[in-house]
Write a protein that binds this ligand. Structure first.
Ligand code: GLP
Length: 251
């Protein structure tokens, strides 16, 4: 796990974009799995800018997304489908037919997860973008998720519903379930880029970095992967034991 600490959120987003841009310039036909949440928004804004400047293109990129609430209508403003199109896909040159999403409208979640899992097997993910939940979840792999978990329907923890209620009118409106790629699916990616910003992520980040892989902190399973880059801003990294060491390293 390579850890990079940045001064602030702006630098975090810039650094993350540099990494994605470099990868994409090397391999324009990449398979990228995207994450939602506020954290990757700065990265997405930088990527949109890079497309506008002609530095990169998503023309040949195949995309997947980590998760989706269940049940939820695609056109609901709170769906991750809406989030991705509104904040990113509509502003870059990705082809709609190359975008893969878990369908939160399905009547048969089990079948939908099987369909997605099959697609994931067909296209190996080159780059996985991740955020982290305050309870250490990645995607919607809540504490208790096993390292062998695949794409499935999960029950959301109350703290996750509370945390995500900022995107809804009230907490009651936050769906109780979600469809998510599993830890095993995430670990099968060639490279993983996890972003963490702000004080409220500090405890989760400390657990992820300093604890051995364990189910109570699903993000800690990322230690089982050989190519993980974590970019955290100073606030998110403030509880790390070795923060001075990480901060001194050249970016
Ligand atoms: C949600 C998503 C996660 C995301 C997390 C953090 O629960 N399912 O994929 O990493 O929120 O979101 P934020 O970046 O808004 O803190």
């Amino acid at each position: 796990m390579k850890i990079i600490i940045t001064k602030n959120y702006r630098e975090l987003s810039k650094k993350a974009a540099e990494i994605v841009i470099k990868e994409l310039q090397k391999r324009p036909k990449m398979v990228i799995c995207f994450a939602t949440g506020s954290t990757p928004l700065g990265l997405y804004r930088n990527l949109i800018e890079a497309v506008g400047e002609g530095k990169i293109s998503f023309r040949d990129v195949i995309s997947f997304n980590l998760d989706e609430y269940y049940p939820i209508k695609k056109n609901s403003k709170q769906s991750y489908y809406y989030f991705m199109f509104h904040n990113f896909f509509n502003k870059i040159d990705i082809k709609k037919q190359n975008i893969n999403f878990l369908n939160g409208e399905t009547k048969n979640p089990e079948k939908e997860c099987k369909r997605y899992q099959k697609k994931l097997k067909k296209y190996k993910i080159d780059l996985q973008i991740l955020g982290i939940g305050v309870n250490c979840h990645i995607g919607f792999n809540e504490p208790g998720s096993s390292k062998d978990s695949g794409t499935r329907l999960v029950k959301l923890e109350e703290c996750t519903r509370k945390e995500n209620s900022r995107f809804f009118k009230t907490k009651k409106d936050v769906p109780k379930m979600a469809l998510t790629m599993g830890i095993k699916d995430i670990l099968s990616a060639g490279k993983i880029l996890l972003l963490a910003s702000g004080k409220k992520k500090a405890k989760a980040l400390k657990k992820m970095v300093e604890e051995p892989p364990n189910k109570d902190c699903p993000a800690s399973f990322l230690k089982l992967h050989k190519n993980v880059i974590v970019i955290a801003d100073k606030e998110a990294a403030c509880l790390l034991k070795k923060q001075k060491f990480y901060a001194k390293r050249k970016l």
